[in-house]
Design a protein around this ligand. Sequence first.
Ligand SMILES: [Zn+2]
Length: 451
Amino acid sequence: MWLRSLIVVSVLAASLSGMSCAAADTLEAPSVDALTASARRAGLRVLEGDHLVLVTDRPARVGDGVEDLPRIFDEAWAAWCGHYALDPAAHEKWRAFGCLVVDRERFRTAGLLPDAIPDFANGHCHLHRFWMADQSNPAYRRHLLLHEGVHAFTLTLRSLDTPPWYTEGIAECLATHRLDDDDNAGGTLVRFVPSPLPLRATDVEQLGRIEAIRALRTAGECPGLADIFATPGANHRDLSAYAGSWAAVALLSLHPRHAPTFAAAERGPLDPQFNRRLMETPGWDGNQAERDFDAFTDEIDYGYDFTRSAIDWAPSRPLDTRQTVAVAAGRGWQNSGWSLRKGARSSLKATGRCTIGTLTGPAAEPPLRLETEANGISLRWYRGRPLGRLLVAQWVEQPDDGGRPRFVVVAEGEDRAFTAATDGTLFCKLNDPPGELADNDGQLTVEIEPE
Ligand SMILES: [Zn+2]
């Protein structure tokens, strides 16, 4: 599994290098109509939506999804207006001109790929124009088109000139999507659904952001939030920089503690001082953001539920007598309210029964509630432990094995003596993927007693 994800990451790193954008207006700016006329004269296919003219030398092929791209772009465009609180009616004439390129020479000859455009590997955006190399995977082609589309949108409508983590991170977050079937009178259409934190790997074939962060974590090389804020643009040549920028914007825009502050900062100027503007926005808490980001990358997974996984980092009291703690099945790490000194011996005893998920499908009709006690159920394992197993952990700032701060499990199961790994609070949860907490129910009762 580890080997496979390494291979995936290295293949993606190669395929992604060279995605870039340009803020400086170094090219003459022909109108979309003039560019479209040039494309038609050169015999290129022209696909038009309300907000995108897409020209390509890719031959028409049934079922490749290219015909749908302008309509999906328009749906995404409406979502981008929503993100920035722009009135779509005020910008209804806004259009991007995109080139989906198989043979660059044809576009050069047609006057549609100026020499001033750098030799991009995947895509490049200049104001309302973008170029992208055709991709074999339809989902990844769509993602890349929308990524460049977000650049065109933000460069022109928001005059974006921010540090690279925001430029690339917002392009990644606003481009990440799935397609849902939309049944209507005219038949079934696929419809753009924003999913900045994808629910399933099959929704985002070849994207590999979550896998990249996991690989960096495993290697002890995952960046912290401050590292990402300081990443220079030149480093956005490899997958890990894109993955880090995406993860930072995903956390800041989806975590309930940070989203209002981040949204307020995004409504202000998107200029080179954006980092400082964010940090000066009322409500910004840099220490919490840094720690929440480490907690996110520690447990990143498809469908990660920022609300149910949000952690209360409030200080706790020293555990000096036996205490009883309730652990909800439907939440991630929960502050027990009690702390231990490093090396202190304690014991725990957990009782109760709760629901850790629901089995659905033909084999479970009606749906079957999966019940667990503190030892968990061996039907399914997650991260090396039975699903539903009680986990007790402490947040360790400097783990023995290096890398970023993370939770270290000090005890698990229903009846256990354990030793504290550090000075600090005990956190408890049931072992369950952070994207699958919503169908849990009930709680366990945990007694913790110092020895
Ligand atoms: Zn980009």
